[in-house]
Design a protein around this ligand. Sequence first.
Ligand SMILES: C[S@@+](CC[C@H](N)C(=O)[O-])C[C@H]1O[C@@H](n2cnc3c(N)ncnc32)[C@H](O)[C@@H]1O
Length: 276
Amino acid sequence: MNDNTGNFPYLHGFSQKEQDRLRDQARILEFLIYQDINFSNIKKLIEVGCGVGAQSEILLRRFPKLHLTGVDLNAKQLTSAETYLSARPELHGRYDLLNMDASDLQFPSGEFDGAFLCWILEHVPEPARILGEVRRVLSSGSKVYITEVMNFSFFIDPYSPHLWKYWMALNDYQYEKAGDPFIGAKLGNLLASAGFINIKTNIKTMHYDNRNPERRIEVIEYWTELLLSASHQLILEKIVSKEIVDGMVKELKLVRKDPNAVFFYSFMQAEAEVDR
Ligand SMILES: C[S@@+](CC[C@H](N)C(=O)[O-])C[C@H]1O[C@@H](n2cnc3c(N)ncnc32)[C@H](O)[C@@H]1O
């Protein structure tokens, strides 16, 4: 299914809107994702599934000594990443962007001393194969960080039945067709099978209630965009009806306005090393 034209079932699509959404998402989650990431001693980092460069920009900004090689299967994403990063003169000369399938990386063994993967393994049919390749291109002692979804954890209050139906359909669809929405909890096993050592997993939780109403609104708005980004595909394939999507949008507006709303979602981050 995967090829270098990027023709694989990515349920959010590759539109300009989706590309902007990925950058908004990276900004909104930056604090949580990077809280525990330390690449300060890394010189040659590979970012696997770099997409539109949203995380690449953050990595280059946060770790000014590293050189980043971003690889992605989709040429459109890479063009967008190139435009985004080249608009930042301070980053020039510090990155390469390459069109490549992560399950067949075109690098010699031991080429990099760090690897970063974010929201990619959930979308691929063979995550173990990609991790095997990542392990191969890392030198001994290198570190990898992987951030992934764990969609079983989502909860929102007030209870929203259309939203719930949509969420279940979205996860079923992703599980059957294009990946694994529960891969976060499996990262430890996957990394161990690929031969990594010193594996640690962290649960990163977004829990917003009356203690932080502004952040709650920001996250609900972001989440609405995330949900809607798959709606076109789900309606097209008759996985959900337009009524379900419209009902969900109404419910999300009510949740956004509710003075006692609760938003809860946990994702996973794993870190591991290559044996010395
Ligand atoms: C949800 S996007 C995440 C992009 C970026 N990591 C971020 O956090 O913004 C997933 C990306 O993985 C890429 N991708 C999917 N399968 C791939 C593969 N086998 N090899 C390389 N990239 C792949 C897609 O083209 C897409 O750009």
